[in-house]
Design a protein. Structure first.
Length: 447
């Protein structure tokens, strides 16, 4: 048996993660990343529009000047001037250029029309697409001396700065941090509420939530604390009623016993004494159950768990009971010794009564806790009734019934004391027949 497990989460449909924190993180980060991507898309689109507008404006001014200058220069001097007219997205070539296709993109057609409008009817134009990846097309014209001139255009946006990817990475990291902080602020109160609910004590002395933070969180914490106080008050009231009734019944039971013992020997007298003994035993168990709800009133001490169990088992062996001990904890345990002894005694007595023998095993559990198991080869308990037998006054009529002397409070007392120790008690069927009772205890008892 391990430490108290959290309530199993129901499977979720689709690709959504299980935890609320993961879902919030996914939603926040996806939304922020989408907004970030949209901003960058708009930025690049604006850069594209601006770069195209600048290129067309510069080309319209440059082409009129460049063609006029080249047309008036001697043919052997034109090559020297070409570097002066070269731009990032277009340049001039002396000659017929490269062969291509007559089909032009819409953007190329706009550029050709703009160049034609700038040069006028004096220079007839012919344009061809040379390459599509990246787009590259050439505009062919003939100068006044009959020599060909080619304008090669390579439309493109402004190049991205080298530092821009680093800025993008920094912004994404900032988005991650902001999403994590937001999820942490939203999920931590829920985690604390879940932990407090798991450690909720019927006696009302469980973990209390701090009523601080945002208004909604403070209100939820206050409501939880008030609920815990009401549960504790209701339980204490009912346990006080049970303890008072059980205590007050002892006086008339004692008078009835004295009067019955004064009667002459007869079968009726014997049966009356047996009935009174059962009633008195039930009353004592009722008082013990009421007191077990206040097991936390005992101060916790540090004890050697191996020595504690060895002493307990030896007491049984000295009275001729078949009780054995195996395993070692090899560590000290801070707990309430009398409450732990009562739990262990109830479990061992239960195994000895119904199986004639008990096997006690101790080991280190998970989360730095301890695991004490009591195993027997008795009639066992049906799987569908393993939880029910932990309830007060519940008996199994088939084997563990009133005829055997059981009151139905032994396991209920053990469970309540185990909870007051911060532990957990569970029952399961043992392989090969019998019952396995497992008590998990934390290394540090609850205060």
């Amino acid at each position: 048996m391990n430490a108290p497990a959290a309530v199993a989460a129901k499977p979720v449909r689709g690709w959504l993660p299980r935890s609320m924190a993961s879902r919030l993180y996914l939603i926040l980060f996806a939304g922020l990343a989408l907004a970030h991507a949209l901003s960058f898309s708009l930025l690049f689109y604006e850069r594209y529009v601006t770069a195209t507008s600048m290129m067309l404006g510069n080309l319209e001014l440059d082409v009129r000047t460049a063609v006029a200058v080249l047309d008036r220069l001697p043919a052997d001097e034109r090559a020297q001037w070409l570097p002066q007219f070269k731009r990032r997205t277009y340049h001039y070539l002396l000659g017929p250029g490269e062969p291509g296709q007559a089909r032009l993109s819409a953007r190329a057609q706009d550029i050709v029309g703009m160049v034609g409008g700038a040069l006028g009817a004096r220079y007839p134009l012919r344009a061809q697409t040379v390459d599509t990846r990246p787009e590259r097309f050439q505009i062919h014209l003939t100068l006044s001396d009959g020599r060909p001139l080619t304008i090669e255009v390579i439309p493109s946006t402004m190049p991205i700065a080298q530092w821009l990817p680093y800025v993008l990475a920094a912004q994404l990291a900032l988005l991650l941090l902001c999403a994590w902080l937001a999820v942490r602020q939203a999920a931590r109160p829920l985690e604390r509420l879940a932990q407090a609910a798991q450690s909720l004590s019927p006696a009302g002395d469980g973990q209390r939530l701090g009523e601080t933070g945002p208004t909604e969180v403070a209100q939820a914490a206050a409501a939880f604390n008030a609920m815990q106080d009401r549960i504790g008050a209701y339980l204490r009231e009912r346990l006080q009623i049970l303890a008072a009734i059980s205590h007050d019944l002892q006086t008339p039971i004692t008078r009835m016993r004295l009067r019955t013992e004064a009667m002459d020997d007869s079968p009726e007298r014997t049966r009356l004494l047996e009935d009174l003994e059962q009633i008195q035993h039930l009353v004592r168990e009722g008082i013990a159950y009421a007191r077990s709800a206040h097991g936390s009133a005992e101060s916790a001490i540090k004890l050697d768990l191996d020595a504690f169990l060895d002493s307990l088992v030896c007491d049984y062996q000295d009275t001729g009971k078949a009780v054995s001990l195996s395993g070692r904890a090899d560590a000290a345990l801070v707990t309430r010794a009398h409450a732990l002894r009562r739990v262990a005694t109830n479990l061992i007595d239960n195994a000895v009564k119904y199986a004639g023998a008990a096997e006690v095993q101790v080991s280190r559990g998970v989360d730095d806790g301890f695991l004490i198991e009591v195993l027997d080869r008795g009639p066992g308990i049906p799987a569908e009734e393993l939880d029910a037998v932990m309830q007060p006054f519940y008996r199994l009529e088939a084997s563990r019934n009133r005829d055997t002397g059981g009151t139905g409070l032994g396991l209920a007392i053990a469970q309540q004391l185990a909870q007051s120790l911060g532990g957990r008690l569970s029952l399961s069927q043992r392989d090969g027949g019998g019952l396995r009772t497992a008590l998990w205890l934390p290394a540090q008892s609850q205060s």
